[in-house]
Design a protein around this ligand. Structure first.
Ligand code: ACO
Ligand SMILES: O=CC(=O)O
Ligand code: MG
Length: 352
């Protein structure tokens, strides 16, 4: 275990100093693309500025025979594209795969100066983060990078969930977590074959009235992912890093996708993955506070003055704690407005 004294010491001579705080850059939609797919890759330069994060995916969903083409495709896209305000992330192959070492060495030495975050799949415990942490420091030193590349872990194994707090605190590079519902379902032996989203069989049924168990009774579908998302949010908040919902595989069902994203947003997540261009707008909408919420939050903050005491507003009690809730909303709106002119115009139009 690294002590508090050396937690922020670079892990290789010449590597950049680790960050003391992870910047809250917007990551409402982390848009996945396969750099070995020529049609998809050609669209990426035009997507700059339309999404918070573009992620070149090298892991699952890239065919084994295309792994090297995907890696080289990402180097080419990164080299030839000015990403402006959009972050560039990658998802490397799993740590037990034959590809990950080449993924990391190639990407950090050739395009490390353009990469903001490396997503690491199937993280099982702190030992996986420690391995990546040291290797990245060595590669950063070799490439003479001036800022550290951050690490984002996918929560998609039962062991990863059991070790969630130690994963989040394993390195000052930790940017956040994403839920990986497909791999996690398989690893836990859950009986859903869907990539994220609910299941109609996971429900509660209303009690019988008058003891009549044969009468029709309403059922209420429950959220399969509530427990894991809630754990993820607490572990991330505890370590000052960011929780994200992951993929929603039913691309056509934009309504259920929005519902799943909104549940994650309400619980404390800051973003989700988009697998198809049509999911970008959903994530941007859901993970941006509504104009009504920002308006209300600003009124509470203004009414509370120095933030202490209690006032009545619209018939409701507001106090120090509800002011903090409102500040979460106001500060998020300010950060998003700084990168999203359309949203800025909507928030600016709110009457003081
Ligand atoms: C469980 C996990 O690990 S989830 C993460 C891994 N999975 C992924 O990354 C999947 C990424 N997405 C995809 O592979 C594709 O979107 C698919 C397979 C889901 C659907 O692909 P298609 O059937 O081609 O979708 P569709 O026909 O609607 O595409 C419309 C257009 O958008 C393009 N497009 C589709 N997905 C993307 C994308 N992610 N990024 C950029 N462009 C895309 C297509 O190339 C197509 O272009 P065209 O109009 O010039 O022909
Ligand atoms: O990688 C994502 C998942 O759901 O598995
Ligand atoms: Mg996965």
């Amino acid at each position: 275990m690294r002590t508090a004294k050396d937690f922020f010491t670079p892990l290789a001579v010449g590597a950049p100093a680790p960050l003391r705080e992870i910047p809250a850059r917007p990551s409402r939609a982390i848009h996945f693309f396969d750099p070995s797919n020529a049609k998809m890759a050609a669209k990426i330069p035009d997507m700059v500025g339309t999404v918070d994060v573009l992620l070149g995916n090298l892991e699952d969903a890239v065919k084994a025979e295309n792994k090297e083409a995907a890696r080289h495709g990402l180097v080419e896209i990164a080299t030839n594209t000015d990403f402006g305000p959009t972050q560039l992330w990658t998802r490397v192959n799993a740590l037990d795969s034959p590809w990950v070492l080449d993924d990391l060495t190639t990407l950090v030495t050739e395009i490390g100066h353009k990469l903001d975050v490396i997503m690491v799949p199937k993280v099982q415990g702190a030992e996986d983060i420690h391995y990546v942490d040291r290797l990245l420091a060595q590669l950063e030193a070799k490439a003479k990078l001036e800022r550290p590349i951050l690490v984002h872990a996918i929560l998609e194994t039962a062991r990863g969930v059991a070790n969630i707090e130690e994963i989040c605190g394993a390195s000052p590079r930790m940017h956040g977590l994403s839920l990986g519902p497909a791999d996690l379902a398989a690893d836990r032996r859950m009986k859903t074959t869907r990539v994220g989203g609910g299941h109609p069989g996971y429900l509660v049924r209303q009690d019988p009235t008058g003891g009549d168990i044969d009468a029709d009774r309403p059922t209420y579908q429950q959220d399969l992912w509530h427990y894991t998302i809630a754990r993820m949010v607490d572990a991330c908040a505890m370590h000052g890093i960011y929780a994200h919902y992951g993929p929603f595989g039913d691309i056509a069902d934009v309504v259920a996708c929005e519902d799943q994203f909104r549940n994650a947003y309400l619980l404390g997540c800051v973003g989700a993955w988009s697998l198809h261009p049509k999911q970008i707008a959903i994530a941007k909408k859901v993970f941006s506070p509504s104009v009504e919420d920002v308006e209300h939050a600003r009124r509470v903050v203004a009414a509370m003055g120095d933030g202490t005491g209690a006032v009545m507003l619209d018939g409701k009690m507001e106090d120090d704690a509800s002011t903090k809730q409102c500040l979460v909303m106001v500060e998020l709106a300010e950060r998003l407005a700084a990168v999203d002119p359309e949203l800025k115009a909507q928030y600016d139009a709110i009457e003081a």
